[in-house]
Design a protein around this ligand. Structure first.
Ligand code: ADP
Length: 259
């Protein structure tokens, strides 16, 4: 008697992990995973012990972006040993699936997978765990926010209005779940022509900053649209690793400093 912990409602801490920051977006394809990978690497380069959890169940892209493909081992069949890449401790649902395998799970299975990745992975001592969420407002966001003590969420958007409408829904979700929004990031803000230096705003410009100011949340910074970012992401080393002195890498580092 008395040996079993009393089941408790409310968030359960992840042992050894000091802060958990979720990277979220209203919709897919706006650069959420790119931001999560580059923030994790930027934090690690700044000397912080950093983990990256790819919880984008339906489209895990961190194995490709961080250049890992090995299936994590579990010597005792319970604890999962995370991988390491570019100074970051890493775990992705994608590493537990076969290549090309689709996730067709219902809510409870999703929750089980998320709990395994948070609670059974031997994260070790981490200053920050970055969680790459799926886009939108679904089960994973709900479970993560209710079960774990999230320090806050960073919300990324392109400058387009359509993306911003979805962003408002994501912000509303975090408000309802009482997760502090640490700020907004505008991705694909400006394209600078490598030949003539002209700055073009392919998806518009300034929408995320204006929205952040309107609703009174911090604006954390903007990332230019640049071929290097995409090529680096596809090559398995984020632009923060391949071109640490580029304006894009500096923009990511600036955002990481503000977290
Ligand atoms: P999400 O996680 O929101 O679905 P990704 O991070 O996977 O989006 O980005 C979608 C695609 O856009 C990827 O191919 C990525 O490399 C590319 N991308 C993201 N941000 C930029 C950027 N600032 N410049 C160029 N390409 C980018």
């Amino acid at each position: 008697l008395g040996r079993h912990p009393t089941p408790q409602a409310g968030p359960e801490p992840v042992p050894g992990v000091r802060t958990i920051i979720a990277v979220a977006s209203g919709k897919g394809g706006v650069g959420k995973s790119t931001l999560a990978a580059n923030l994790a690497v930027a934090l690690a380069r700044a000397g912080k012990r950093t983990g990256l959890l790819d919880a984008d169940i339906y489209g895990p892209s961190q194995p490709r972006m961080m250049g890992v493909s090995e299936r994590p081992k579990s010597p005792d069949g319970k604890t999962i040993i995370p991988l390491h890449a570019h100074g970051v401790t890493l775990m992705s649902i994608g590493l537990m699936l076969k290549e090309g395998e689709a996730v067709v799970w219902r809510g409870p299975m999703l929750m089980g997978a998320l709990q395994q990745m948070m609670g059974q992975v031997a994260w070790g001592e981490l200053d920050t765990l970055i969680v790459d969420l799926p886009p939108g407002t679904g089960d994973v966001q709900l479970t993560l926010s209710q079960r774990y003590p999230l320090t806050g969420a960073v919300v990324v958007s392109t400058p387009q209005d359509v993306a911003l409408l979805d962003v408002r829904k994501a912000l509303d979700m975090f408000d309802k779940l009482k997760v502090p929004v640490l700020g907004m990031v505008e991705n694909m803000s400006a394209y600078i022509c490598p030949n003539c230096g002209h700055e073009a705003h392919i998806f518009g410009h300034g929408g995320a900053r204006a929205e952040a100011e309107k609703i009174g949340i911090p604006f954390l910074g903007e990332i230019p649209l640049d071929l290097k970012v995409r090529v680096a992401g596809d090559s398995g080393a984020p632009v923060t690793v391949t071109h640490p002195d580029s304006p894009e890498a500096r923009a990511f580092a600036g955002i990481a400093r503000r977290l």
